[in-house]
Design a protein around this ligand. Structure first.
Ligand code: HGY
Ligand code: MN
Ligand code: MN
Length: 412
């Protein structure tokens, strides 16, 4: 049933629609990369929804889709945003739900023929996950004006970033020039991607801050050899060494018995043949904690231990920092408005830290930022089993609308 009235259920239905062809770059599941055919199809579809909600639309030099609902003044806008790209074999809500709820907030105002004392911009960031190119959150950093340069990079198929941009009629120079001119505030609604809200029977939560996140790339160099003729004591097996390192990385995080988390998500072994001792292994390390000092101490301990493993096994080890995101507190003033909006909507104001990274963590140079978390079933995310109840989306819409009203009262 096609819903025409603004609602949380319509936001959920639209996330489900975007989870199917032609809005995915993979068969049999959802993967929407940055600057891919699925990205373009999703932009076109969302622009239709934005215009139907009374917005004008544009695509900036970084290929962020920006819907704008004018206010009664030309003040800097309130931004309601999240990302439209996804991880591979993703759920349909991580990112899109925040964009769809932003559209519903505007549609509700337009249906009432109302204008706030500031414009509202709903933004679909093109790249948050970093699923296609090696850096993540590139497009929100661009918008916030904190991108100092564009790294020379290519995707796994060898497509250069500049060529992918050219296919969208833009360029690295235009990406760098896509900084936003100024905003009043930023609010991102996003699924919690964790179990806390469900465990406490809550639909919504207010984010106090986003964990510090470190992304490392490790390369282990041993010596390739014949699997049948190389005796065990003479081997320099890069994969066996990497395996010992991964167990050490996991143990460091477990033994810390805190919010520290460590993940090896990608691993490549070369040459990758059954009968060849791996001579080279590359793997990623993702380290996070709400406390940047804790994260950095763990990083030092891990680097020390994996270097010792490499030395004992006569392996060479190289570790590069790919990205380092500091812990990012949310704005206390905006959190207070969310507290009030939650109370007015009958929800307890549960505050919690986000272990997941979000575009909101890049907004500080542009404007104060806040996040509203929405319960997702069993905390499952980055997984096709990701699920959101329409009623919870409806609850989020009510709180977001209340937040906008209260921001409006402040700026009347
Ligand atoms: O990695 C993250 O926390 C986010 O999903 N990009
Ligand atoms: Mn994600
Ligand atoms: Mn996300």
């Amino acid at each position: 049933m096609v819903r025409t009235t603004p609602s949380g259920a319509r936001a959920v239905a639209r996330c489900l629609e975007l989870g199917r062809a032609p809005y995915s770059d993979m068969e049999g599941g959802l993967y929407r990369g940055y600057l891919t055919p699925a990205h373009r199809a999703a932009i076109d579809r969302m622009a239709q929804w934005m215009r139907a909600a009374g917005m004008t639309t544009r695509v900036d030099g970084a290929v962020n889709l920006i819907g704008r609902y004018d206010g009664s003044t030309d003040a800097p806008p309130l931004i309601l945003a999240s990302h439209i790209d996804s991880v591979r074999n993703a759920g349909v809500y991580d990112g899109p739900l925040g964009i769809m709820l932003g559209i519903e907030c505007v549609a509700r105002l337009a249906a009432e023929g109302r204008r706030m004392p500031f414009p509202i911009e709903v933004i679909a960031f093109g790249d948050e996950e970093g699923s296609r190119f090696p850096v993540s959150m590139l497009t929100s950093k661009t918008l916030a004006g904190s991108l100092t340069g564009i790294p020379e990079m290519a995707d796994a198929d060898g497509t250069r970033f500049a060529d992918a941009l050219a296919a969208f009629d833009t360029s690295p120079e235009q990406v760098l020039a896509a900084a936003h001119s100024g905003a009043l505030a930023y609010l991102e609604a996003h699924i919690e991607q964790g179990p806390a809200l469900q465990a406490e029977g809550l639909a919504l939560g207010i984010v106090t801050g986003i964990a510090a996140q470190l992304r490392l790339q490790a390369t282990v160099i041993g010596m390739a050899g014949h699997a049948g003729t190389s005796s065990m004591d003479l081997r320099r097996d890069a994969l066996a060494g990497a395996a010992e390192m991964m167990v050490a990385i996991e143990r460091t995080a477990r033994d810390d018995a805190s919010d520290l988390v460590a993940t090896v998500g990608c691993l490549e072994a070369f040459p990758g043949a059954t009968n060849v001792i791996p001579g080279e292994v590359r793997f990623t390390i993702d380290l996070r904690s709400g406390d940047a000092g804790r994260r950095d101490r763990a990083s030092a301990a891990i680097l020390h231990e994996i270097a010792a493993i490499a030395a004992r096994r006569q392996l060479d080890l190289r570790v590069e920092t790919v990205q380092d995101f500091p812990a990012s507190p949310c704005d206390a003033g905006l959190m207070a408005l969310l507290d009030d909006a939650m109370a007015a909507a009958g929800h307890p104001a549960r505050h919690l830290v986000s272990g997941a990274g979000h575009d909101a963590m890049n907004m500080a140079p542009l404007c104060p930022a806040a996040m509203l978390f929405i319960r997702c079933r069993d905390g499952i995310s980055h997984n096709p089993a990701e699920h959101v109840e329409p009623d919870d989306a409806e609850a989020a819409l009510a709180v977001m609308s209340g937040f906008i009203e209260k921001l409006g009262e402040l700026h009347a």
